[in-house]
Design a binder for this molecule. Sequence first.
Ligand code: 2M8
Length: 429
Amino acid sequence: TLNGKLDAATAASLTELATKTLIANDLGGYTVPTHGLYPFQWNWDSAITALGWMKSDESRAWQEIDVLFSGQWDDGMVPHILFHKDSTTYFPGPDVWGSDKKIKSTSISQPPVVATVMKEMLASAQDKALAEQKVKALFSQVVDYHLWWYNDRDPENTGLVVTYHPWESGMDNSPSWDDALEAVPGVDWEYTRRDTSHVDSSQRPHKSEYDRFLYLVDFFKRNNFDSKVIYETCPYKMNDLGIIAILHRATKDLLKMGEQLGLNDARTDYLAQRLELTQTAINTLWCEQSEYFYCKNVLTNSLAKVKTSAALLTVYAGLTTDEQTRIINTATEDFIESSQFSVASTHPKEEKYEPQRYWRGPIWLHINWMIATGLKEAGFVTTADKIQDDTRDLVLKSGYYEYFNPETGAGCGGKDFSWTAAIALHWLL
Ligand code: 2M8
């Protein structure tokens, strides 16, 4: 590999290409992940993409967040997809989801990285006045979003929010969901997938998974999106480490921004209490025997014992004890050593590891950024730098693909992908 080294000319041309990628994916105020495969505004893609916009156009970056929050539901939820304009290239679209809000959307959310992104944007802004004005204007809506997570998805104060759909986790077909998903019935109606007409089906989830994904979409609609009913009867309920860690970190970042700008109040005090609950409850996801964190199927009260990179985000969240931080650093080193490029989303020695099937093995750059950020802050700079160098090598080798094969470094999925270009601009170039 090139060990992450870039000369100035290469860095300049990669910067230009990344900026062009965002411009090409801009539909006017929001950025699609990539044309064709994902023609709408996705929640966590959009947040990550705003980091990329910061390098070339700060007001466009803040607009990305404004438009994302324009689709917020009255209860505080920020949907996982906003269907601003119709498109026939994606399935399932707004009619299948069936929500009746002013901006059509899905009825689930996605990993809430947005407050963390806003804190980074505020810190790095050249135009401080604009940044402060935007954070002040959006702050209450972001607090609503976080309150929604804690109240709606953890009404019993367990300290661990639940997720209702693999798509909500953003890690669609992670092996962590296999057992829980098997208990969900499949839909009995015919449908035509669109994803496999854009990319090779060997890189996508199987039909058996899609049948269940769609059953859940229908289930939310049949229950009129009623939070209480869904909490009590949803056939799929997971404690997802990715969401829990990203939410925890983002809540802390939200409180820090609030403190900096004098915006904190009783509602943010309440969020601080929820942080304490999570800090204690996270240990119920720790397996002493294998010294690792796992997602939990809440309905069967069992840990999904497959090693995924989501567990490595606990350090980024600041949820680990000193000893656990050391153990997670060692586990990260083991991930790195087990494939040519890092960090594989499922550990390469796991039976369920598949190096090119979506979230069952491949590398995702925004996850690398989060893992490395956490380890660096915790003092494990060598591991963090190694991840950053590997990530740079991937981009040099394969460009701005959706995700990457950990064995070969080949780009997979969609081409000219927004969050990949954005992470390059924010972190690599
Ligand atoms: C993938 O998910 C969508 C559904 O949300 C899909 O496969 O149709 C995931 O990688 C998800 O994390 C991501 O936000 C989305 C758009 O990039 O694609």
